[in-house]
Design a binder for this molecule. Structure first.
Ligand code: F6P
Ligand code: MN
Length: 321
């Protein structure tokens, strides 16, 4: 089986990008260890702090953020980073051709129930000159690489450098990532959806109508039965979509009028959208293609509908697209 380093060597990447992806992969091995030790390492529970978005930080949010930050600072190819757990962008130095955005531990509320969590990352080109938040505000289409690491029964890395999506599994014996699924393709059609149904009354009419028609099953306008799944960690739900298709959405809602969207554009929606498009799927807000959005802030949130291409198209029809 091909190792990650063999894959990176033959993928015709710049040596700098290959080195950065190796740094991210190596850091994820350390995170995987920390996650796996759990209570034995005293890493569960809350840190007693809040992130810039007012969410309570878990100890592991802080620990994994620091692990990635330290690894990227030592890498030498990264000028600055933006993280879910950092209020502002962190400038690492005046050298390096990349900017990295990451969610160090996605789905961290799952940590205390020993369920799926992951790391999501997005690599953008660094513009020349001084780096500020403005430097990060590039459409997701500019990403030179994106991926996630899922800390599940096995630790898996999903990676795209804009030439398809590859899935690697961490071999616990050799400590190497091995290529286990080459050229992932999301089936165009599906009979599975993922949404937090408890927010139903807060959705727009378009989403209300779409889901109502799905759950009517064979007797409804779709003429087939749909199954539902919700892992409450975007990495877990997107991994299922990459593995067997499906539609995942965290739509607009009015639950908290100050917060109409939940998922963050720069380090959740964009990297997942690139993976999904590269695997033949689609990713939209309901109105706009995620990867074409011009970001205005590093922590901005966005509605997300992604997955099997034909099913996303059906959902977009309900949105008048
Ligand atoms: O990062 C935000 C997140 O944890 C996603 O990973 C996940 O899809 C979603 O929020 C879960 O939301 P909820 O708590 O509404 O189920
Ligand atoms: Mn997250």
């Amino acid at each position: 089986m091909q190792t990650l380093s063999q894959y990176l060597n033959q993928a015709q990447l710049s040596p700098a990008l290959a080195a950065l992806l190796t740094t991210l992969a190596n850091s994820s091995k350390d995170i995987s260890q920390a996650v796996r030790k759990g209570a034995l390492a005293g890493v569960l529970g809350v840190a007693g702090t809040e992130n810039v978005q007012g969410e309570s930080q878990k100890k592991l949010d802080v620990i994994t953020n620091d692990m990635l930050k330290d690894a990227l600072a030592a890498d030498g190819h990264v000028r600055a980073l933006a993280s879910e757990e950092e209020d502002e962008v962190v400038v690492l130095g005046d050298k390096g051709e990349f900017l990295v955005c990451f969610d160090p531990l996605d789905g961290s509320s799952n940590i205390d129930i020993n369920s799926l969590v992951g790391t999501i990352f997005s690599v953008l080109p660094a513009p020349v000159g001084e780096i500020s938040e403005q430097s990060f505000l590039q459409p997701g289409r500019n990403q030179v690489a994106a991926g996630y690491v899922l800390y599940g029964p096995s630790t898996m890395l999903a990676l795209t450098t804009g030439k398809g999506v590859q899935l690697f599994t961490l071999d616990p014996v050799s400590g190497e990532y091995l290529l286990t699924v080459a050229e992932v393709q999301i089936p165009k059609d599906t009979a599975e959806f993922a949404i937090n149904m408890s927010n139903q009354r807060f959705w727009e009419a378009a989403m209300q109508n779409y889901i109502a028609d799905l759950i009517q099953g064979k007797a409804g306008p779709r003429g087939k039965s749909f199954n539902m799944r919700w892992i409450a960690a975007m990495v877990g739900d997107v991994h299922r979509v990459l593995s067997r298709g499906g539609l995942f959405t965290y739509p607009t809602d009015t639950k908290d009028p100050k917060k109409p969207f939940k998922l963050r554009l720069m380090y959740e929606a964009n990297p997942m959208a690139l993976l999904v498009e590269q695997a033949g799927g689609k990713a939209s807000t309901g109105y706009d293609t995620i990867l074409d959005i011009q970001p205005e802030q590093i922590h901005q949130r966005v509605a997300v509908i992604l997955g099997s291409a034909n099913e996303v198209d059906v959902c977009l029809e309900y949105h008048g697209r």
